[in-house]
Design a protein around this ligand. Structure first.
Ligand SMILES: C[S@@+](CC[C@H](N)C(=O)[O-])C[C@H]1O[C@@H](n2cnc3c(N)ncnc32)[C@H](O)[C@@H]1O
Length: 287
C-alpha cells in the first residue's frame, strides 16, 4: 500500500512538472517503428480513407493541403493517386518515417521534418485543408486546434482520424502495474490519455470549442485477435499503437517479459488474446 502511494505520488509529481514522454520521445519511437508501420496501414488505412474527401475541398482551384504528422505519407500518397490537383506540405517529427516517403518530394510534395507545433507556430503559409491521421493524441488538443485555426484559410477544412478513449482496453493498466513493480526502471510516465477524445461527441466538442463547425463525425471499433500474448505485444509495438511506452523505461527489453506475463493474465479469453482499437473521425470547417 505504501509502495503504491509512493508510486502514485512520484508519477503525479512527474506529470505536474511535465517530466513526461514528450514530442522528442514520440519522434524517437516512430524512428524505430518506421520499417514496420506498414502493418498498421495494412489493417487501418481503409478507415483513414474516410477522411480523404474532395467533396469538402474549398472552392480554390488548387487547394493547399497540410498533411500534419504525415508519417510515411499515406494520406499524401492517396491524394496523389486520386490525382487531386493540390499543393501538399507534409510535416513529421520522425526522420525515419519521412525517409520512407522521401520519393514524394519528386511529386512536388514539400516535406518538412519538424515538431508539428513548432511548424504551425512558425509558418507563414496558409492552407485550405489539413489532414491529421492517427496523431491527435500526441498533442495537447488546445494548442493544436489553435495552431490549425491559425494556419487555415477561412472556410478551410480539417480531416482527422484518431484513437479515442477506451482504445487498447487494459493495456494502460498493465503498463501501470509493471511500472509500479519496477519503479527503478522508470524514466518518465506518459500522459497521453488526457489527449484521447471521448468518442465522436468528444471530438466534435473539442473542435466546436475552437470555432470549427462539424461537417461529419463518426466512431468505430475494431478488434484483432492473436494466439499468443507475445504476438499481441508485438502488434502494438510494431504498429505504433502504443508508441511512447517503450520510452517510459530505462531498458524496455528488461521489462518486456513482465508485460507479456500481465497480458497473459489480463487479456486471455478462451485461449486467445484480443486487442481493441476504438477510434473517431470527422471533418470540421473553420468558420
Ligand atoms: C500513427 S503515425 C500517423 C502517420 C500518418 N498520419 C498516417 O495516417 O499513417 C503518427 C505520426 O505522428 C508523428 N508525430 C508524433 N508527434 C509529433 C510531433 N510533435 N510533431 C510532428 N509529428 C509527430 C509521428 O512521428 C508519426 O509519424
Amino acid at each position: 500500500m505504501i509502495n503504491q502511494l509512493k508510486f502514485y505520488a512520484k508519477m503525479a509529481h512527474k506529470i505536474l512538472s511535465k517530466d513526461v514522454i514528450d514530442h522528442n520521445d514520440y519522434g524517437k519511437e516512430y524512428d524505430k517503428i518506421a520499417d514496420t508501420y506498414q502493418y498498421w496501414l495494412k489493417e487501418m488505412s481503409r478507415f483513414t480513407d474516410r477522411i480523404i474527401k474532395s467533396a469538402y475541398a474549398a472552392n480554390t482551384e488548387k487547394p493547399k493541403v497540410l498533411d500534419f504528422a504525415c508519417g510515411t505519407g499515406y494520406i499524401t500518397r492517396r491524394l496523389l493517386e486520386k490525382e487531386t490537383d493540390c499543393d501538399i506540405t507534409a510535416v513529421d517529427i520522425s526522420e525515419r518515417m519521412l525517409h520512407v516517403c522521401k520519393d514524394l518530394a519528386d511529386h512536388g510534395v514539400n516535406i518538412v521534418n519538424a515538431d508539428g507545433i513548432a511548424f504551425l507556430n512558425n509558418t507563414a503559409e496558409r492552407f485550405d485543408i489539413i489532414f491529421c491521421g492517427w496523431a491527435l493524441p500526441y498533442f495537447n488538443y488546445k494548442v493544436l486546434l489553435k495552431g490549425f485555426k491559425k494556419v487555415l484559410n477561412e472556410g478551410g477544412i480539417v480531416g482527422v482520424i484518431s484513437n479515442s478513449r477506451g482504445t487498447l482496453h487494459k493495456i494502460e493498466d498493465i503498463f501501470v502495474k509493471v511500472m509500479m513493480e519496477n519503479q527503478n526502471e522508470i524514466v518518465k510516465p506518459m500522459d497521453i490519455r488526457f489527449n484521447l477524445p471521448d468518442g465522436k461527441e468528444g471530438l466534435a466538442k473539442w473542435f466546436e470549442q475552437y470555432g470549427f463547425a462539424c461537417l461529419e463525425v463518426h466512431e468505430e471499433e475494431v478488434v484483432f485477435s492473436f494466439d499468443r500474448p507475445e504476438d499481441l505485444l508485438d502488434w502494438i509495438n510494431k504498429t505504433g499503437a502504443a508508441a511512447g511506452t517503450a520510452q517510459i523505461f530505462r531498458d524496455y527489453d528488461r521489462v518486456k517479459g513482465k508485460i507479456i506475463k500481465e497480458i497473459e493474465r489480463e487479456k486471455c479469453i478462451k485461449g486467445r488474446y484480443s486487442i481493441n482499437h476504438k477510434f473517431t473521425y470527422g471533418l470540421f470547417k473553420r468558420s
